[in-house]
Design a binder for this molecule. Structure first.
Ligand code: NAD
Ligand code: MG
Length: 410
């Protein structure tokens, strides 16, 4: 009872599994990678409401040991893992007497991903999520994928691992979740294009000169969504939408030239699929990540989510405009990376992660980010990627060079 919508287009793949309804009534176990982040917290908020249906297995975080411990206690998790090994004793102390296992280090996060649970919410930010997410995919879990950087860096490897392990990949990212809901996987050849909507971020209407002096606080103040700092800066530069084009390419049976970006400042239409007969199907909702997360947790069914309801008559107006690729040059860079493939998307992602961090620390301007990424993309072009360790090697090398470049930049 498993069917695979295997695409005629190379590289892109998606799998839908028909689940036995009886199996769906069973209590499900879930591990959350990155539980202390924005997606992690939203996931726990939902799970709290469905305690009889889901059992929390492991929670992992990098450094916020206090929040991790309190989440583990509240959700009665089996174990908690802190990435920073120097925080192990503190975690152990906070969990003493609870019966909740404490562990530390990046290997322990991979072990948590590998340990048996029905679902893994992959919500670590950045390429740091590569090994744990791949571990969950390799053991054939249902992986709710928020960590888009994984697909950007290692999409081909991850999708081929999904194929061989029988894992199910469910897209958490709101745009991809929207497309997942309206894409006809049984006849992908009838899809003309997909349209990823973008809010345009906090600087949609700003001039280049205003963007030059944007502070980190202004950049992370997203008009519609509350998210982690890195993705918020990515939204401000629109690199987020660039990464999402690459993410979409790996998730859905489409070619790069079938992916369009449309600025839609209200973030009500989360994305659209246009068909050959002129029909356009969209998924709408208020901007609340608990909706796509709930869709993944309940898929192929649905559960109630507490997201504010959409009131179109109150909203009265929806706006659309094409993206400005001059001011938001990251979009162009990401499209180049998507078309080039190979090491280029890894370079795009790693240099962007380093540049975003430098911007958040006040070392560079917001407008320097895409210039730095472009420079690194011109430096690293060749190289063959056959394994995850090849990806990590390129990622590490690019990080070292980008940091050196930034140190000499000003
Ligand atoms: P966040 O910064 O709020 O949280 C990141 C989580 O990852 C934290 O729990 C942190 O402890 C953990 N982490 C960070 N560095 C780590 C490391 N080196 N090793 C292990 N764990 C580490 O980020 P977020 O906004 O929740 O985003 C998480 C992912 O989901 C990102 O890839 C983002 O692009 C994607 N996403 C987020 C949203 C959103 O609304 N926040 C929407 C769509 C997609
Ligand atoms: Mg998104």
């Amino acid at each position: 009872n498993v069917y695979v919508a295997d695409s005629v287009y190379s590289g892109a793949f998606f799998m839908k599994t028909k689940v036995n309804p009886e199996d769906y009534k069973r209590k499900k176990t879930i591990t959350i990678l990155g539980s202390t982040g924005s997606i992690g917290k939203n996931t726990l908020d939902l799970l709290e409401r469905y305690e009889s249906q889901y059992k929390v297995n492991f929670l992992t975080a990098q450094s916020n040991v206090k929040l991790l411990a309190s989440q583990a206690k509240k959700s009665r998790a089996s174990g908690a893992v802190i990435g920073d090994p120097s925080l192990y004793e503190e975690l152990k102390g906070l969990l003493s007497g609870t019966g909740i296992n404490a562990a530390a280090g990046s290997e322990a996060i991979v072990d948590a991903a590998r340990s048996t649970s029905d679902f893994v919410m992959a919500a670590i930010v950045g390429a740091a999520g590569l090994y744990p997410t791949m571990a969950a995919v390799s053991r054939g879990a249902v992986v709710c994928l928020a960590n888009k950087e994984c697909l950007v860096c290692a999409g081909d490897l991850m999708i081929s691992e999904v194929r061989s392990s029988g894992a199910t990949l469910l897209p958490v990212d709101s745009e991809h979740n929207a497309i997942f809901q309206v894409f006809d996987f049984e006849q992908p050849e009838c899809v003309e294009k997909i349209i990823l909507t973008a809010s345009g971020g906090p600087f949609r209407k700003s001039t280049e000169a205003e963007m030059e002096i944007a502070t980190p606080a202004q950049a992370v103040a997203h008009p519609n969504w509350t998210m982690g700092a890195k993705i918020s800066v990515d939204s401000a530069t629109m690199m987020n939408k660039g990464l999402e084009m690459i993410e979409a390419y790996h998730l859905f049976p489409i070619k790069p030239d079938q992916i369009e970006v449309l600025v839609h400042p209200q973030s009500v239409i989360h994305s659209l699929v246009a068909y050959v007969d002129g029909s356009v199907l969209a998924q709408l909702g208020t901007p609340d990540m608990r909706t796509p997360i709930a869709y993944c947790l309940a898929w192929p069914g649905r559960i109630n989510a507490p997201s504010p309801r959409l009131n179109l008559s109150e909203l009265s107006q929806l706006d659309f405009e094409p993206p400005d690729e001059m001011r938001f040059f990251s979009l162009k860079l990401a499209r180049n990376a998507l078309e080039s493939g190979g090491v280029v998307p890894i370079v795009l992602n790693a240099s962007n992660e380093v540049a975003v961090e430098a911007f958040l620390k006040g070392k560079i301007k917001l407008t320097d980010i895409s210039k730095i990424v472009e420079n690194q993309m011109n430096q690293f072009v060749g190289g063959v990627i056959n394994s995850l360790s090849d990806v990590v090697e390129v990622d590490n090398e690019v990080r070292i060079y980008t940091k050196e470049y930034i140190n000499k930049y000003n």
